[in-house]
Every structure is written in C-alpha cells, then in structure tokens.
Design a protein. Structure first.
Length: 337
C-alpha cells in the first residue's frame, strides 16, 4: 500500500526510557563466552535500558505522553484519537490504550485502541493515525513502546539486542502542512522467521531476518525514492529501525547513504522495537544540535514480516530530549497484577 497524507503536522515527539542501564560487556565478563563478545561487536549494541520491577511499556508511554501534553498545553478534552502500538500490553484484553486514556485524563469522545505491531510499528502507527485525522480534522496521540528486555543473568544471546523504551507523538490537522508520502509492505508467508507463541515460546531465524533487511528493505527504500523522484542528496537525514548495526549499515551502504546523513541509537539503547525510530530522532536531534525544518526518511521493518517508509518534513525544534523514568502507575492493582 502506498499513498500521500495531507494536512497533518507533527507537533511534538517525546521518548521515555527506564532509568536502569544494562551494559552488555558485563555479560561477557560473567559467562566468558567468545560468541557473545563477537555478537556485541557485530550488533554494535553496548548498552540497553531495561525496565525493572513492575514497570511496563504503558508506564513509559504514559510518562512520555503526559510530558508532551504538558509542554504543548493541549486541552486534553479535545484529543480525537489515541493509538498505542505495542507487543507487550498490560492485559490480554482490553487494549492497554484504555488504561492510558484514563491516566492522561482524556475525554470519552476520544477513540482509543492498540495495534499489535513490532519494529515497523511507528510507520504503521503514523500511517493509521494520520489517515484518521484527515477525517476528524483534529488532534491525536500516537504512542509506541515495548518492555520485553531482560536484565537477569540467565539470558539467551538474542536478549542482548533488546532494550525498553516508549515514545509519544502529537499530531494535528493543519491545512498548510506539508504532504507525507508513505509505503507499507507485508509478507505473512515469512511470519515464521520471527514469532512468539501464546505460551511465550519465542523464535527468530537470525540469518533470514538479516537477509530480509539487506535485500527486501534496502531494495524497497531504493524503489520508494525512485518512485518519488528523490535522490539521496534530497533527504537531510535517514532514520532506520535500529535492529542492529550490521543491518542498518548494510541498508545504508546498499542505498548509498553517507554516514553523516544516517541517524543511529542502537549503541546506547539497543533494539527498542516500535520505539526505535522516534527514540533515534530524539537522541540525534540533541547530539547534533539540530533545529529548523528537515526532510527525513523514516523506515521500519521486522516481525510479520512487514516493512515500510515515510517521507516527511519535520521541524526538529518539536523533537524533545529523551526522558528517563522509573515511574509505575498504581491503577494496575485493580486488575490484580
């Protein structure tokens, strides 16, 4: 699916990460495994943020949204839609978005629901909420986040990839907003490359996922740019899902993207699934001291398999610094968890 979204403007982005920081090198020292050390070098992931205790993705997402709404001084009764993209909900049902709606004090007129999506979740979420706002001509909140990372000693090597994070994006209908171009792909025939069963058994075919990123994703980025008559030089910055350094660098090399145009965050935060694209923007905005309008290409890819791109112009002044939080909301007690 491909198209163009009109009259929608991003008004702010806030990302939240747990205060607890985990260093992957600590595991090398504990278990003395050369394969683990090699994996850390290949993935480029040195540190991750990991939730501890009862903190969940919804806690991180709510903190981000609350901070963003306070900054924007939005009337919370005037928000039309809240979407939470996650694969680590608080409950099997109802959608965790209902809990977040109550925490934020949003009105009954606000439509809320979850989307079960992973590493392409920010692209899917943006496409969905922008489509809704084109009809309602109002305001919306897109929340994304996961809390699947592991901090304990008994871990498999895949756990060294995962970090916890959440992000909130505020969007609003504006007649003079720049158009947003998008494309999304899905291939359910390869769903067995990366999945988790209802009894919590998780599986990933690492080599197949690697090849998917270096072939399908890279080819689709080039096709997307060609279809829209865009050269590499026409885009200020590229923000790819931070699966791991090898994949991101491989895609960039295949497309011909110079290093100074490539945003990265996996070294310090790992693979944060649907939150990785907004987290990377928040990190790099601060590190590069960016301001003003920039043309960016966002790309997510992963479980499903699904992948997609969004091309938009964004004012970097509405991309805010990363927030650290250990806050846990008490409303979970009435659900018994």
């Amino acid at each position: 699916m491909r198209g163009e979204l009109e009259h929608i403007c991003i008004e702010g982005i806030v990302t939240t990460v747990p205060e607890n920081e985990v260093c992957n090198d600590d595991y090398v020292n504990k278990i003395q495994n050369r394969r683990v050390k090699k994996q850390i070098l290949l993935t480029g992931i040195d540190n991750r943020r990991v939730s501890v205790g009862e903190q969940k993705a919804s806690d991180l997402a709510t903190v981000a949204a609350d901070r963003l709404l306070d900054h924007l001084k939005w009337d919370r009764s005037k928000i039309d839609v809240l979407i939470f993209v996650t694969q680590s909900p608080d409950l099997v049902r109802p959608s965790t978005a209902f809990l977040i709606q109550d925490r934020l004090g949003l009105s009954r007129d606000c439509m809320v629901y979850d989307i079960n999506q992973g590493c392409a979740g920010y692209i899917v979420g943006l496409t969905t909420i922008c489509s809704i706002l084109q009809v309602t001509k109002g305001r919306g909140l897109l929340l994304v986040g996961e809390s699947n990372a592991v901090a304990g000693d008994e871990i498999d090597r895949n756990a060294l990839l995962e970090g916890d994070a959440a992000a909130a994006t505020a969007l609003q209908y504006k007649e003079n907003a720049d158009p947003i171009k998008f494309v999304n792909y899905c291939d359910g025939s390869r769903a067995d490359y990366l999945y988790k069963t209802l009894n919590n058994f998780a599986f990933m075919d690492g080599n197949a996922v690697l090849l998917f990123g270096l072939s399908d994703v890279a080819d689709s980025v080039k096709q997307f740019m060609g279809d829209n008559n865009i050269s590499v030089a026409d885009i200020d910055y590229y923000v790819f899902h931070q699966a791991q350094k090898m994949i991101v660098d491989g895609i960039a090399q295949a497309v011909g993207i110079p290093e100074d145009k490539l945003f990265n965050s996996c070294k310090e935060y790992g693979n944060t699934s649907s939150a990785s694209v907004p987290l990377t923007m928040c990190l790099q905005k601060e590190e590069r001291n960016l301001s003003g309008k920039k043309r960016v290409l966002l790309c997510g890819y992963g479980i499903g398999l699904t992948w997609g791109m969004i091309l938009l112009d964004i004012d970097m002044d509405v991309v805010f610094p990363i927030v650290e939080s250990s806050y846990v909301y008490e409303d979970r007690k009435k659900f018994g968890y």
